[in-house]
Design a protein around this ligand. Structure first.
Ligand SMILES: C[S@@+](CC[C@H](N)C(=O)[O-])C[C@H]1O[C@@H](n2cnc3c(N)ncnc32)[C@H](O)[C@@H]1O
Length: 160
């Protein structure tokens, strides 16, 4: 049995779109390096999709990162750690290598979101069930840490 039940997205693919009110509260962003090919709404001024492979493209400006899940997450978080400008949304799995390599003592602030988010399907519909774990917003760069304090989303903010 998996520790978390969110390994598959509501639509059966690895999509799990960010609730739009989260991006609205924290944006605008210059780049979403991992966006759906057919997205129901923008998350940034520019998007890379699986067709571009945003993992190997140059990242510029303020990045919104809700990365592919499972074993892929750490690759994207390593890029974010190097880029150091943006906000990432991942599950609050504080024991993982991703957290130890890319969050603790590396990022600038963490917003521990109250409750559980309901991620959207790639067609823009909202599933009935929430994600199977709590989520965190992780700020890289002092300006992005400041944005966490101003965003009005419910939760607790701590240093990383
Ligand atoms: C968790 S979803 C988040 C989508 C979007 N960033 C958001 O915040 O709503 C991860 C996205 O990464 C996309 N993806 C997967 N591999 C990718 C790659 N190599 N390059 C760019 N995007 C990729 C998936 O198609 C999926 O839409």
């Amino acid at each position: 049995m998996k520790a978390f039940s969110h390994e598959r997205a509501p639509d059966g693919k690895n999509e799990w779109l960010t609730p739009p009110e989260i991006v609205q509260a924290l944006g605008p962003f210059d780049l979403d390096p991992c966006a759906p090919i057919n997205r129901p709404w923008p998350t940034a001024a520019r998007h890379f999709t699986a067709e571009d492979n945003g993992l190997i493209k140059p990242w510029e400006g303020r990045v919104w990162l809700n990365p592919p899940y499972g074993q892929e997450t750490i690759k994207w978080m390593r890029r974010m750690r190097e880029h150091r400008n943006g906000i990432a949304l991942i599950f609050a799995r504080t024991e993982t290598r991703t957290f130890h390599e890319c969050v603790w003592g590396v990022a600038d602030a963490i917003l521990w979101i109250r409750g559980r988010l309901t991620f959207f399907n790639v067609d823009g519909t909202r599933p009935k069930s929430t994600g199977g774990a709590p989520s965190v917003l992780i700020a890289y760069g002092r300006e992005n840490a400041g944005r966490l304090h101003l965003c009005g989303l419910q939760g607790r903010i701590t240093p990383a």
